[in-house]
Design a protein around this ligand. Structure first.
Ligand code: SF4
Length: 286
């Protein structure tokens, strides 16, 4: 189906400022969508066949100039219910949650609850559930913070943050996306050099998933304009000098003029948690 036709079909729902009163399944906007229970997962893995590779390349070309809503519509049409999104409740994730609330609120969205998140972040999850009826699933590592720190003789984020991120984020994400075929991300190309080449649609070789980034072409201003215009809930720490928020031990506020991700793993070479590290295969993926 052509992008314009998909968009036309959903235009009415997508342009409403109110939570949907009903969707195709008869759910109401006031009903909390239980994320972990609402997904019909297929066990088979998606593999990158030449046909799929061609399809993704074609979609990436066609969607390069599409709006974020059109890209999200395409992702839902093509992959739901094997479509998912991981969110740390940053402004970009909240913007996509707003779009999903109007397009397909049953999309499985999860948060990597490392145990080190700010209280404000966890409270934002509840605010989004109340406003949009989407209860983001909190995915936790096997070990609690106390067990993990006891095992390693103290907090690993101080001595080996790569391992800490791998254990408490990457491993958990791998489990969360089992049976999924595609995931959406809120990354923007202008966030960092690491993200400058992010395609709209690509193959994520690290997780064997199609990766869709509806906001890849957006700027920070684009995101905040949508949040303020649509009154989308956001993390209050953004008003206190934290443009990018992860776990509290690895996040600091930034000074005027600093890069927006300068407060993440400050003082360390590390710049990414490993979820969005580029692994090219067949010309795509980030
Ligand atoms: Fe650990 Fe810091 Fe990574 Fe969180 S961001 S998982 S605390 S190293």
């Amino acid at each position: 189906m052509r992008i314009s036709a998909i968009f036309q079909m959903n235009r009415q729902a997508a342009t409403s400022d109110q939570p949907p009163t009903s969707n195709q399944s008869g759910q109401t906007g006031q009903t909390i969508v239980k994320q972990s229970a609402s997904v019909d997962r297929q066990p088979e893995l998606l593999t990158l066949t030449p046909e799929l590779s061609d399809e993704l390349s074609d979609a990436n070309r066609r969607l390069e100039d599409a709006s974020a809503e059109e890209i999200t519509h395409w992702a839902v049409e093509r992959f739901f219910p094997q479509l998912t999104m991981a969110t740390a409740f940053g402004p970009e994730g909240c913007a996509i949650l707003y779009m999903l609330s109007k397009i397909e609120p049953r999309t499985y969205v999860f948060n990597l609850e490392t145990g080190y998140q700010f209280q404000e972040t966890l409270e934002l999850r509840d605010r989004i559930a109340r406003q949009y009826g989407i209860e983001v699933d909190l995915k936790k590592p096997e070990l609690t913070i106390a067990e993990y720190e006891a095992k390693h003789g103290g907090p690993l984020y101080k001595t080996n943050p790569d391992q800490c991120c791998f254990d408490r984020k990457v491993t958990v994400l791998r489990q969360a996306v089992q049976g999924m075929h595609a995931w959406m991300s809120g990354i923007r190309r202008d966030q960092s050099p690491d993200r400058a080449d992010a395609p709209i649609v690509g193959w994520d070789a690290k997780f064997n998933l199609v990766k869709i980034s509806p906001l890849a072409r957006w700027t920070k201003s684009d995101v905040w304009n949508l949040i303020l215009e649509k009154k989308i809930p956001y993390n209050p720490l953004h008003d206190q000098g934290y443009p990018s928020i992860g776990c509290w031990p690895c996040t600091r506020s930034v000074m005027l003029g600093e890069d927006e991700r300068a407060g993440r793993w400050s003082g360390k070479e590390k710049t990414e948690c490993g979820l969005h590290t580029i692994e090219f295969e067949q010309g795509g993926g980030i």
